[in-house]
Ligand binder design. Structure first.
Ligand SMILES: NC(=O)c1ccc[n+]([C@@H]2O[C@H](COP(=O)([O-])OP(=O)(O)OC[C@H]3O[C@@H](n4cnc5c(N)ncnc54)[C@H](OP(=O)(O)O)[C@@H]3O)[C@@H](O)[C@H]2O)c1
Length: 299
């Protein structure tokens, strides 16, 4: 049986669907805050990786684990340190006890020992917990992931549709390498097999680089608007972001996200062909798909 932690999330649901299509017994573990609409036959259990409640039961009988839990915005007890570092340590410990044969951890490009970037720092700490364990593992580090229900591109699309002008955080020159969610799934599923990138960290990204400005241009074209863009320096956006994250349950942007927008988020263009033997989809082609990314306004 394959356990998918965070299997009700954006990437998790696609991983679960692919595994279920392949006829594998799949169990999903999450706190249960989202109604996932999981495929028939997939077992869903309630587990909180922060408190550890339900985790041993979720892990019972699992021989492979895809670990996909994280938060991108801190809320209540859902802090980066608690969920990403502490939660991953709990998952690792229960997986060791259960005798799991392979764990695939989805981290992120940018993971590094640098407390200035708390999300990436927590991701690095989580990777350390995985690598220090007795488990056989692969750590995958994707760049931004796009797909019909993604957060980043849909949020940007809503902003471009509804704001009178399009505010761009910073100079817009930061480089990304967006990767299609189904291509991420292909990498996750491959790595669940023993012998595929065992005990390695593998960075993955799409087939093209885009600056933030280019991403905004692509989405403006998709939405069919010529609304002007206005570049706002990051330092000028920080006080507003601080207020919004203090008062809104789901702020449009946080100070952590602003900090991350100033660092390139990309790897080699041939990372996926080299590591997995296929060419991933570009964002440009993805946006052209009928059900493509940012194609469904999820507001
Ligand atoms: N999306 C991207 O662009 C991107 C890029 C690079 C890396 N990643 C990484 O890919 C992974 C999946 O990302 P995603 O975008 O699919 O995230 P997501 O949509 O936010 O899904 C997160 C999942 O984790 C579960 N969860 C949250 N807190 C939990 C807790 N305390 N205990 C148990 N389950 C919990 C959520 O369900 P409940 O809330 O019901 O518990 C949900 O199933 C993450 O590790 C993320 O860092 C994502």
């Amino acid at each position: 049986m394959i356990l998918v932690t965070g299997g009700t999330g954006f990437i998790g649901r696609h991983v679960v669907a692919r595994l279920a299509e392949g006829g594998k017994p799949v169990r999903v573990a999450a706190r249960g805050s989202r109604k996932a609409g999981l495929p028939d036959g997939v077992e869903q259990v309630t587990a909180d990786i922060v408190s550890g409640e339900g985790l041993a039961e979720a892990m019972a009988g699992a021989d492979r684990v895809a670990h996909l839990v994280a938060v991108i915005t801190e809320k209540g007890g859902q802090r980066f340190d608690a969920v990403i570092r502490g939660g991953t340590a709990n998952v690792v410990s229960e997986a060791e006890k259960a005798g799991v044969k392979k764990l695939v951890y989805v981290s992120a490009i940018g993971a590094a020992q640098d407390p200035k970037y708390p999300y990436w720092h927590a991701k690095w700490q989580a990777e350390q917990a995985v690598a220090a364990s007795n488990l056989n593992y692969t750590i995958l580090r994707p760049s931004l992931v796009f797909g019909p229900e993604d957060d980043f591109f849909n949020r940007l699309q809503r902003l471009i549709r509804h704001a009178p002008i399009v505010p761009v955080a910073g100079d817009g020159k930061t480089r990304f390498q967006p990767i299609w969610v189904e291509d991420v799934v292909t990498c996750v599923v491959a790595c669940l097999n023993e012998g595929v990138h065992d005990r390695e960290i593998v960075e993955i990204g799409g087939s093209e680089y885009y600056t933030y400005n280019e991403i905004i241009d692509l989405i403006r074209r998709k939405v069919g608007t010529r609304k002007p863009t206005v570049h706002v320096p990051l330092w000028a956006m920080r006080p507003g972001a601080r207020v919004l994250q203090a008062v809104l349950p789901s702020p449009p942007v946080t100070t952590d996200q602003l900090a991350m927008l100033s660092k390139d988020n990309a790897t080699a263009l041939d990372a996926v062909p080299k590591a997995f033997g296929f060419t991933p989809m570009s964002l440009r082609d993805g946006l052209g798909r009928p059900q493509g990314p940012a194609g469904s306004d999820t507001a």
